[in-house]
Design a binder for this molecule. Structure first.
Ligand code: ATP
Length: 81
């Protein structure tokens, strides 16, 4: 119960990974930290939520692993038009 409350109180961080990477690895590296993925929490329109531990601070957080929407590619295409 206490771990659930900790997750809900923490802010949800977002990292950009493609879906295959997210499912295959147990450690996620962002620009500032690395996280050990512990459990699946849920799925939304833009990504998957997993409970994770920050390997530096040992803090429990919920991470949103963003789906690969191709938005950067689309934006690049639009800018070139
Ligand atoms: N901090 C959290 N702790 C525990 N579970 C969470 C947390 N954040 C999200 N979840 C779970 O993950 C599910 C999806 O969360 P998400 O924020 O992606 O929902 P959404 O707002 O519908 O998605 P989106 O913004 O991508 O459309 C939630 O319904 C919830 O079950």
């Amino acid at each position: 119960m206490s771990s659930r409350r900790t997750l809900e109180e923490s802010s949800t961080a977002s990292v950009s990974l493609t879906a295959p990477d997210a499912q295959d690895c147990l450690t996620i590296h962002s620009s500032s930290s690395s996280y050990s993925v512990l459990d699946f929490l849920g799925e939304g329109g833009f990504g998957t939520i997993v409970s994770s531990m920050n390997l530096r601070t040992r803090e429990m957080v919920a991470l949103k692993i963003m789906k690969d929407t191709g938005s950067a590619r689309d934006a690049e295409h639009e800018a070139g038009d």
